[in-house]
Ligand binder design. Structure first.
Ligand SMILES: Nc1ncnc2c1ncn2[C@@H]1O[C@H](COP(=O)(O)OP(=O)(O)OP(=O)(O)O)[C@@H](O)[C@H]1O
Length: 233
């Protein structure tokens, strides 16, 4: 079942098109990596998927069962976010904010879901720690737990391993893979790490101002685009 379909979509800033002719779809349970060089339009597309940016042309259709407040999102971390003065539990619980509507407080269900994700990510021991005192890898686990509080269908991750060391990076990739395979949550991940992208993802979308490849990972590695981007490996 399609979760979202991107049809002939283009995006522009102040009338200047930065990415055009996007045609791809993501089904329930898929794992898609979006790759491409700096400035190729990856983050712009993510803004489009999150409904934060309207396409200049074309459309992004969400499945009727997928509302925009049901997408879990892990943004690119900024320095300000790294310094956020809240406890780990509070940060995770804030993933339920989009579900609150006009309710001014968290429900019992919100708190239960936050607790479950704390355990799922193996960070119960960090529960009362201040978020800004954590390591980069621990912070990303907290943000992943937070994103999971918002969804049972689709997680969108924008460079989740940026700045992490190789061991912590692989741990996080394995955790994301497990969430995909065991919980059936679809993943859309922007990544600069094309080798890990082809290791874990089922589908690859390669951007270069437009879509230069979309399809199965097994086809991508055999394509001239994939072969070249992987450094001829
Ligand atoms: N707010 C903005 N206003 C004007 N142009 C922008 C804006 N944001 C991005 N752009 C331009 O749009 C193009 C695509 O940028 P985008 O950030 O989507 O690329 P990216 O593939 O995510 O890059 P990176 O890998 O460096 O994060 C670039 O040319 C960029 O300069």
């Amino acid at each position: 079942m399609s979760l979202l379909i991107c049809k002939d979509a283009s995006f522009a800033y102040e009338g200047h098109t930065v990415i055009s002719d996007l045609n791809f779809s993501v089904n329930s349970g898929d794992y898609l990596c979006i790759v491409g060089e700096n400035g190729s339009g990856k983050s712009t597309l993510i803004k489009g998927l999150l409904r934060l940016k309207v396409p200049q042309r074309g459309s992004i259709l969400m499945d009727e069962g997928l509302k925009s407040n049901e997408i879990g999102y892990l943004p690119q971390q900024t320095i300000v976010q790294k310094d956020f003065p809240a406890s780990v539990y509070e940060v995770i619980l804030s993933g339920r904010l989009s579900k609150m509507g006009i309710r001014p407080f968290y429900s019992k269900l919100d708190k239960t879901i936050a607790e479950e994700n704390l355990v799922l990510l193996g960070i119960e021991h960090l529960r009362n720690k201040c978020y800004r005192e954590l390591s980069g890898g621990q912070q990303q686990r907290v943000l992943l737990a937070r994103a999971l509080c918002a969804t049972q269908k689709l997680l969108i991750l924008d460079e989740p391993v940026a700045g992490l060391d190789p061991i912590v990076t692989q741990d996080l990739y394995k955790q994301i893979f497990k969430i995909n395979r065991e919980m059936g949550i679809a993943i859309i991940m922007v990544s600069h790490d094309v080798h890990s992208a082809v290791k874990y993802a089922d589908l690859i979308l390669h951007l270069k101002g437009q879509q230069i490849f979309f399809g199965k990972t097994s086809d991508y590695v055999k394509s001239s685009v994939g072969y070249g981007f992987l450094g001829g490996e």
